[in-house]
Design a protein around this ligand. Sequence first.
Ligand SMILES: C[S@@+](CC[C@H](N)C(=O)[O-])C[C@H]1O[C@@H](n2cnc3c(N)ncnc32)[C@H](O)[C@@H]1O
Length: 383
Amino acid sequence: MGTYTIIATSAMGLEAIVAREVKDLGYDCRVENGKVIFKGDETAIARANMWLRTADRIKILVGEFKAYSFDELFENTKKLPWENYLPEDAEFPVQGKSVKSKLYSVPDCQAIVKKAIVERVRKAYKRTSWLDETGPLFKIEVAILKDTASITLDTSGQGLHKRGYRIGQGEAPLKETLAAALIKLTTWNPERPFLDPFCGSGTIPIEAAMIGQNIAPGFNREFLSENWSFIAKDIWDKVRMEAEDLANYDQPLEIFGTDIDHRMINISKENALEAGLGDLVKFKQMQVKDFVTDLEYGVVVGNPPYGERLGERPEVEKMYKEMGQAFNKLDTWSVYMLTSHEDFEQFYGKPATKKRKLFNGFIRTDYYQYFGPRPPRKDKHEA
Ligand SMILES: C[S@@+](CC[C@H](N)C(=O)[O-])C[C@H]1O[C@@H](n2cnc3c(N)ncnc32)[C@H](O)[C@@H]1O
């Protein structure tokens, strides 16, 4: 077992939520811009991929050093123990980025890092000929920030938002990682009802159901590092078995997804089936203004249209107003809405208890949070 410096990359603004997830997995961590960094072994790499709902990718930091010249970049890259990671036939493309650094030519940095690794690997495997690169894929990145080069290996492959269940989607689907973060920012727990009144392709309710039943977000997909020999196959098997054991399929849930567009409801149902949730989430075509319920202490999380396109704004503002009127009647519920509309509170009809700036892709949004009362504590002898 080795010890690695592991980086869970995160969307801007979600670092604290990713860090909480990393701590919940049992690893101490520190936070930098867009990154949560922790130490762990091969099992930690597999578990982070399997369990982190809000991180973008899991990377291994292979080395970090100052690089003011191409020579320094080359020599320091060559010093790293690449043969511990790469087999002789590894395919290893190198991506790069550079910010505020002397070495600003990204194609040159990539080429130099590639050359240094090739030299190291050829020597380590005593190759006289060129490397074939016909084997497993290792995606390497050289990121240079203020003359410090960090060289990482991407263990995830496809971004962690690709859970494998979204076979259909609407116009503006939310990233699964952001959907999970929106839920984690609420006080929802599986005992409370949950509603997304703008469910689109069902991302938020599906993520809520997976959180509610403790289903690992990575259970339905594969990761690039499953093909690497330094992470033994039985580690992945154990991590998958652990995920199976920890899932609580018996947890009852009251999760609803509604949308004005019946086509979206069909897509949501298909995605939920693909996620293995059957008909656990109740999807129904409905306008937000028509939502009524006798259930209490529920939580609403929604990503409504923002009205950014020309001509859409008045209609969206009218809808926000109607939503405010409908939800005002649910006096025990908490409501959380993500939108880029700066005057959301004015149309919704009341100021939010709390606002949090978040990016939905490149769109700057606010997460408007209206806290309802806490549900009464259940008597231990009840139920
Ligand atoms: C930004 S999309 C939500 C995307 C969703 N979070 C996902 O991941 O697919 C907004 C959704 O609101 C729905 N919508 C628009 N007006 C509505 C209304 N008055 N009542 C309910 N849903 C509405 C649209 O049909 C659309 O699917």
